[in-house]
Design a protein. Structure first.
Length: 477
């Protein structure tokens, strides 16, 4: 067969496959993996055509339709759940059942934890404290940009979204149960760093370190196994051995450091297996939606905001909600940036930087020197912009706000007085279902610091996946 005709046939088949199955280049490579001689020509011929095709298919029947009823159902379902959870006080009901059981177990496990800490040594303290930091949210937040900027975009974005899911579900259970950590004394808590002091203010069950470590380690092994082939079999088993040691060290270390009881760790392990299994099922659907879906930015932003309202209140205020807010914002920024620039930087055709070679390591170092200041500047600018805009927006919508530090107290009090006056004037004019729903919003006192934190971390995530790569491209880094 003539090479030109063969290439044209493959392009036509590719168009048909995309039109019917709504797939991306990974699926095309799998379908024509044996025709490597024409794949490069296909990619060249299809360059710039795929986005246009996706737009032209707006009227066709797709997995993700133009009028996405499934998105509307998801949003309505979340709003319904938020309303029902509030009127039924389900958080208090679940807490009244689980908290006594968990608290009793924590109390009964104190002698075992004290015995475990009997093997105390300065070396063990340093090793286990360092290991805890290496699997903390702070470490992952600093590490994930390295994956993006070295060309491992799929791995980085899926680990980002998976971690956002882990933090949200884990922290929900923490605040719903509101179970204490092992008491000090007699248990000795080793708080070697500032981040551990913040973590120590959270409730105990489940162990977030256990959830994050097992989920991200499991996904990393899955990624290596599914993308490496036979050539990476050795890498897979070496990685598996190292990660098993890391997980064992983290689980042991959380008890040794006095941060968790055995039940906390068991609950974290069970939750992590469930979360990881769920993610491996939905991963391809999420990938396709983020790359080619309809209304990605608006839908994801709506869900992200609703997740903030759906978060249950703990018995006392802890940093758990703040941790979720930050990574929820990062996930939104990453999704928006990847969706906007998928075919430029994130479709798997970007050259990987080899960190084992001097040129690759030097290129990544240059990207870090350029990218980190840019991302930090965007984070600061996003915070400043949010501080200026959010209070005024809430005032315009008639929503009362409070702030623990980002907005001056005098400004908040002045806004509250104006809102109460305006609400009194409008109350007598309201009738019907929708006005009553809006009245509920007006009666809600929102913490504006949550919105500010959410926006600044969304800006951070966006800058990592869109702004920084654009700068690298213009500088030829």
């Amino acid at each position: 067969m003539d090479a030109g005709k063969e290439r044209a046939d493959v392009v036509t088949s590719a168009e048909d496959l995309i039109r019917t199955d709504y797939v991306d280049w990974r699926h095309l490579r799998r379908s024509w993996g044996g025709q490597t001689d024409v794949l490069e020509g296909v990619e060249s011929a299809m360059e710039g055509k795929l986005p246009a095709m996706n737009s032209s298919l707006a009227g066709d029947v797709l997995i993700l339709p133009s009028f996405p009823m499934w998105q509307l159902l998801v949003i309505l379902g979340m709003i319904t759940w938020i309303y029902l959870a509030r009127i039924s006080m389900i958080t208090l009901r679940v807490r009244s059942i689980l908290q006594p059981f968990v608290s009793k177990h924590v109390e009964n496990s104190v002698p075992f934890i004290v015995w475990l800490q009997g093997s105390q040594s300065q070396l063990l303290d340093a090793v286990l404290a360092s290991l805890s930091y290496c699997v903390s949210v702070e470490f992952y937040t600093a590490f994930l940009p390295l994956l993006f900027w070295s060309g491992h975009s799929r791995l980085a974005r899926n680990m980002t979204l998976l971690m956002a899911l882990c933090i949200y579900l884990g922290n929900i259970v923490k605040d719903v149960v509101s179970a204490p950590r092992p008491p000090t004394p007699p248990v000795r808590k080793l708080l070697a760093a500032t981040f551990e002091k913040d973590v120590a203010q959270e409730y105990g069950l489940p162990s977030s370190h256990t959830i994050n470590t097992i989920c991200l380690s499991g996904y990393l092994l899955h990624y290596i196994g599914s993308h490496g082939g036979e050539a990476n079999r050795t890498l897979f088993w070496v990685s598996a051995s190292v990660l098993v040691l890391v997980i064992t060290g983290v689980v042991y270390g959380r008890m040794y450091l006095g941060m968790h009881s055995p039940l906390d760790l068991l609950a974290g392990g069970i939750m992590s297996l469930g979360i990881l299994s769920f993610w491996l099922i939905v991963e391809e659907y999420v990938e396709t939606f983020v790359a080619y879906g309809e209304n990605v930015t608006s839908f994801w932003a709506t869900i992200a905001v609703l997740l903030l309202f759906a978060y249950p209140s703990g018995e006392h205020r802890t940093p758990s909600f703040e941790f979720h807010t930050a990574f929820n914002g990062v996930a939104l920024g990453v999704v928006c940036g990847v969706h906007r620039t998928f075919h430029l930087y994130h479709d798997g055709r970007v050259k990987l930087l080899s960190l084992t070679s001097a040129p690759g390591a030097a290129a990544l170092l240059l990207r870090l020197l350029v990218g980190l200041p840019v991302c930090l500047a965007v984070k600061g600018a996003s915070k400043a912009l949010a501080i200026r805009i959010l209070p005024s927006l809430c005032s315009l919508l008639g929503v009362e706000i409070q702030s623990s530090g980002c907005v001056q107290a005098a400004h908040v009090q002045e806004m509250a007085v104006k809102l109460k006056k305006n609400n009194l004037e409008r109350t007598s004019k309201k009738a019907g279902f929708l006005p009553r729903v809006l009245q509920i919003l007006e009666d809600e006192v929102l913490d504006v610091d949550t919105g500010i934190r959410f926006i600044q971390y969304a800006g951070l995530g966006w800058s990592v996946v869109e702004l920084a790569p654009s700068i690298y491209r213009s500088l030829n880094l």
